[in-house]
Design a protein around this ligand. Structure first.
Ligand SMILES: *Cc1c(COP(=O)(O)O)cnc(C)c1O
Length: 405
């Protein structure tokens, strides 16, 4: 099949799948792969989970869409569940992560406007990724995703991730004009970058003191990925606004923006909206995903298997000349390499029956389903080791073709 009719925005591997079940995928030729990407932190409860399949089929036979002109039962149920789990008060449903972040950014603007700030500013982080719309690109970093799209919406200030002193300096300079701070608890796209312990707590204190909104993009870290429902729960804080997407629908498109009452209530009828957002199918699947995570104990499993995977990878690879650092939390793990090697790495892993992801050219990112067991942890470790070996043998590390950002 030719892809000539598709816009050239991705460079897909020459690999296409016919079906998936649990942690496994099968290609068109029937070859089996262990999926350690999970559609980029999406299929958290595994492919074709029987309960997700049943929820989709049953709901498709009942009702797919009515629009938000009518109240939607499943939307209210999912909102109730998400607010219970997070400690936030209200939810707006979107169809994707970028849209959920747009919702958050609009809330930041409204919040500033209500406070009488003429040109409210949002503090964002270096190396952040928040999506591909014009607004979320403004909040993101990196020339690769932003080049050629200027002018982007303004009024963002960038500070280094994890650097409180830099934030304090910005506060001194811009003080009253800042309405919010937006960040990922762990930066995913930029290579699984962890903040120093206590960072979120310190941000929470500063936001309280200055009446800034603390807005967390948990699109990748949320829904159990790090071993808690949401990554902020590791630090015992609650943000003012949080966005979700990816794992919430396990493959059915859905996004959500959650907020505390005082922020959420800035929206009034007509001030925001979505045709598809919060449709019965997506919300029912969201409810089902949350139930599965609870009933199968997947938070505990993500924590336990994540720790095991980290320990085992460090045991096998810490002395490897190509490996700079192995880091992560729960089942969000990065292996930073000395040289960019993206394409060779992906192909070599594929040949070993393992699906991985490489970000920023040289960090292997592992995001397996939250259901993986002891044996699959070993399979991932073995697969990564074999992949590194194959890449070295194939070309010698220094000859690796420089990858794109
Ligand atoms: C994937 C991702 C997004 C964008 O989500 P889309 O559904 O692709 O729009 C935003 N923020 C983070 C942290 C992400 O990982």
């Amino acid at each position: 099949m030719t892809a000539a009719c598709l816009m050239n925005t991705y460079q897909p591997l020459p690999l296409s799948f016919a079906k998936g079940l649990g942690t496994r995928l099968w290609d068109q030729a029937g070859r089996e792969y262990l999926d350690a990407v999970a559609g980029v932190a999406v299929t958290n409860v595994g492919h074709s989970h029987p309960r997700v399949v049943a929820a989709i089929s049953e709901q498709a036979g009942l009702l797919l869409h009515t629009s938000n002109l009518y109240s939607i039962d499943w939307q209210q149920r999912l909102a109730q569940k998400l607010t219970q789990l997070s400690g936030l008060d209200q939810v707006f449903f979107n169809n994707s992560g970028a849209e959920a972040n747009e919702t958050a950014l609009k809330l930041a603007r409204l919040y500033g406007w209500h406070k009488g700030i003429e040109q409210p500013l949002v503090v964002v982080m270096e190396n952040a990724f928040h999506g591909r719309t014009l607004g979320t690109l403004s909040a993101s970093d990196g020339p690769a995703v932003r080049l050629g799209y200027q002018p982007l919406p303004g009024n963002f200030i960038k500070v280094p991730f994890g650097d409180l002193a830099a934030l304090d300096k910005v506060a001194e300079t811009y003080g009253q004009r800042i309405s919010a701070v937006l960040l990922e608890p762990i930066q995913g796209e930029s290579g699984v970058q962890l903040a120093p312990p206590g960072y979120l707590k310190a941000l929470r204190e500063r936001c309280n003191r200055r009446a800034w909104l603390l807005m967390l993009d948990e699109i990748q870290t949320g829904i159990g990925r790090t071993g808690q429902w949401f990554a902020f729960q590791h630090e015992g804080i609650v943000p003012d606004v949080m966005t979700l997407a990816k794992g919430l629908g396990n493959g059915i498109p859905i996004g959500a923006c959650l907020a505390r009452n005082n922020v959420a209530q800035l929206f009034t009828p007509g001030s925001h909206g979505s045709t598809f957002g919060g449709n019965p199918l997506a919300c029912r699947v969201g409810c089902t995903v949350l139930e599965i995570i609870e009933e199968q104990g997947l938070l505990t499993n993500a924590k336990r298997q994540g720790e095991r995977l980290l320990v085992r990878l460090r045991a096998e690879l810490s002395d490897h000349p190509e490996v700079v650092q192995i880091r992560g939390q729960g089942l969000m793990i990065g292996i930073e390499l000395a040289h960019p090697c993206r394409d060779l790495m992906l192909i070599a892993a594929r040949d070993h029956g393992l699906l991985i992801n490489v970000t920023r050219g040289k960090t292997i990112r592992l995001l397996p389903p939250l259901t993986i067991d002891d044996r699959e942890v070993e399979m991932i470790v073995r697969g990564v080791c074999q992949t590194l070996k194959s890449v070295q043998q194939a070309q010698g590390v220094s000859d690796c073709t420089p990858a794109q950002a």
